[in-house]
Design a binder for this molecule. Structure first.
Ligand code: FAQ
Length: 333
């Protein structure tokens, strides 16, 4: 009886040599990353490292692009010209973040068309948070305060991600996200401190609806997070999902107090022994339902993105034709 394990042909010997070489490369790679060195696009990397990065960076890029939609819903109804200009600039920034991130992912050998195809077919994920509706103007302030606030908490450690092109993109993104967070908080402060009781009630209503989905942005508990252990070992993620969530709660509750709003969690209380806030249980059934495509706005968001892609085909074709013409001209000159 012949089995692969018993076979000792020249091919297997070559495979053995190759796998010993691979093992050596892997050990050298892990040692480099363990010492905090950055990995560049042309460096050797394990295939699983590459795949993990493409998965995370492309999902992140999709989140930025889909994340433009809930806010876009309010551009025509912003209460003043100043707020409209701020909102338009913020949405444009999110589009820019998507582009840096797609470019970072492309350095790993996956094309933007492949990534977008995965989004449009429903194969790729994007952040659960963008599947909730923006029902009143205060939602826009709350997205800046809580959603950008959670994004920054999660993304600042990514500026030290072991993959250098991603880390470089994240530095610029985090600077912009920090403005986004502050403009959101400032707009809520105006509503709470100078607004009518009805406007103050809008802010509280928006906080009630966005609080739990914001906590879900950090992903499942560490024990239920299949990717965390390897990603932490490779320096892709620097801080775990649960630790980031805790940091976010600790930073945000004092801000809520200044604002004069409460969060919808009867179990929230300061734990002097731990020096952290204790908070209630997240509804993980809701989280997985939304991640699985069955949230309040999943279908609408995806349909809007697919429509924008289809209707933008002529722009892509025109840009390619123009580039080709320019290249031919340059060659002839
Ligand atoms: N939503 O094993 P883990 C923004 C998935 S950008 C949907 O813990 P991982 C800017 C996860 O992909 C917001 N899916 O996974 C803005 C995995 O599925 P997979 C986005 C989620 O990767 C603001 C499975 O669950 N930020 O807000 C979510 O180690 C305002 C198991 O999870 C980023 O993408 C979720 N919330 O950790 C724009 C940051 N959580 O792929 C407009 C970069 C988990 O195996 C307006 N990404 N999943 O099929 C990350 O840091 C990580 O990917 C995590 C997840 C922390 C999101």
């Amino acid at each position: 009886m012949y089995t692969q394990a018993m076979s000792v042909g020249p091919q297997d010997q070559a495979a053995k040599v190759q796998s010993a070489e691979e093992a050596q490369k892997l050990a050298a790679f892990e040692a480099r990353v363990g010492e905090g060195e950055f990995v560049e696009a042309k460096d050797w990397m394990p295939e699983h490292y590459r795949k993990t990065l493409v998965r995370q960076i492309s999902q992140h890029a999709h989140s930025e692009i889909v994340g433009m939609l809930p806010e876009g819903n309010w551009v025509t109804r912003a209460p003043t010209l100043k707020r409209k200009a701020i909102l338009m600039a913020k949405i444009q920034d999110e589009g820019g973040h998507g582009l840096y991130l797609y470019s970072a992912a492309e350095t790993l050998g996956t094309s933007r068309d492949q990534m977008l195809e995965a989004l449009h077919s429903g194969k790729a994920k994007y952040s659960s948070i963008f599947n909730y509706p923006t029902l009143n103007w205060a939602d826009i302030g709350v997205i800046g305060w809580l959603v950008d606030g959670a994004a920054i908490m999660n993304q600042v450690p990514l500026c030290r991600c072991s993959y250098a092109p991603y880390a470089r993109a994240m530095i610029r993104i985090c600077r912009e996200e920090s403005f986004h967070q502050r403009q959101g908080y400032e707009s809520l402060l105006v509503m709470m401190q100078k607004g009518t009781p009805e406007q103050q009630a809008l802010v509280q209503d928006a906080v009630n609806r966005w609080w739990w989905p914001s906590l879900m942005m950090f992903g499942p508990h560490d024990k239920d997070s299949p990717n965390s252990e390897q990603s932490m070992r490779w320096g892709i993620k620097r801080i775990s999902n649960d630790d980031l969530r805790q940091k976010f709660v600790d930073a945000t509750i004092p801000q809520a107090e200044v604002l004069g709003v409460t969060v919808p969690d009867p179990d929230l209380k300061w734990n002097a022994e731990r020096e952290h806030y204790d908070f209630g249980a997240i509804d993980w059934d809701e989280f997985w339902r939304v991640v699985g495509g069955d949230g309040p706005c999943n279908r609408e968001r995806l349909a809007t993105r697919v429509k924008a892609w289809d209707e933008g085909a002529w722009v892509r074709e025109a840009a390619l034709a123009h580039a080709k013409k320019q290249a031919t001209k340059a060659q002839a000159a």
